[in-house]
Design a protein around this ligand. Structure first.
Ligand SMILES: Nc1nc2c(ncn2[C@@H]2O[C@H](COP(=O)(O)OP(=O)(O)O)[C@@H](O)[C@H]2O)c(=O)[nH]1
Ligand SMILES: Nc1ncnc2c1ncn2[C@@H]1O[C@H](COP(=O)(O)OP(=O)(O)O)[C@@H](O)[C@H]1O
Length: 206
């Protein structure tokens, strides 16, 4: 589907630092709108309905699937997660940039519907560091951490299908890389024409 806004998709194994990087990006780039997904997993400590996620029952999620309300959805770590069409289509159509923080299965589905989506994969610098980040975050029970570490192998095997790879070793350096990718996409002709049409007009360029 053609649309004027840029669609960025960020995937990573749990604990690689995806949420922290996107949050930091958002603090100085308000033009990139993060989509809020629906999930059947329970809220964590500070999470609010409608902010981190729309928390849905299995039945509510089933109804959305039946109504074809998702751009993509997938089973991740035993729970279902999905991006609603409603949340992103209007924004993209209005020329706004949208960022999805989703798993690799969802990312590859998004590419089917939006071939111009920019797929970014975030890798941890090592297995040891991934485990220690999950442990230090202190949000997940030991068995949940084990499941996430096990799933990370399958997830990381998909990295070659992505357009860009960021290794999140030093946080500031990974953030710089993420900004660079987004910036480069905005410098493409279609985006520049949309953002700075005034300059193109004054130069008599179509
Ligand atoms: N396919 C898909 N995956 C999602 C969506 N929202 C979140 N996820 C992924 O689900 C996984 C688990 O997310 P979460 O439970 O918040 O834990 P996190 O991995 O610590 O961020 C992560 O890989 C997310 O990127 C979505 O809408 N669709
Ligand atoms: N470059 C980094 N160096 C050290 N710790 C990091 C780095 N990036 C993120 N973290 C920490 O690792 C943990 C997991 O990060 P988070 O953003 O929640 O990951 P994800 O969203 O990919 O599951 C958090 O406690 C976060 O503060």
């Amino acid at each position: 589907m053609e649309h004027p806004g840029n669609l960025f998709v960020v995937a990573a194994p749990s604990g690689a630092g995806k949420s922290s990087l996107v949050k930091a990006l958002r603090s100085f780039d308000a033009r990139v709108y993060p989509s809020v997904s629906h999930t059947t997993r329970a809220p964590r400590g500070q999470e609010k309905h409608g902010r981190e996620y729309f928390f849905a029952s299995e039945q509510e999620f089933d109804a959305m699937v039946a109504n074809n309300a998702f751009v993509e959805w997938a089973n991740v770590h035993g729970k279902r997660y999905g991006t609603s069409k409603k949340g992103i289509q209007d924004r993209l159509a209005n020329g706004e940039d949208v960022l999805l923080e989703i798993d690799y299965q969802g990312a590859l589905q998004v590419r089917e519907s939006f071939p111009q989506a920019v797929l970014i994969f975030i890798l941890p610098p090592s297995w040891e560091e991934l485990r220690s980040r999950l442990e230090n975050r202190g949000e997940d029970a030991p068995e949940v951490i084990e499941l996430r570490m096990k799933n990370a192998e399958e997830e990381m095997a998909q990295v070659g299908k992505f357009d860009f790879v960021i290794i999140n070793e030093l946080f500031e350096s990974a953030l710089f890389d993420l900004k660079a990718i987004i910036h480069a996409q905005r410098l493409k002709y279609a985006s520049q024409r949309r953002l700075r049409g005034d300059v193109f007009d004054s130069l008599n360029l179509s």
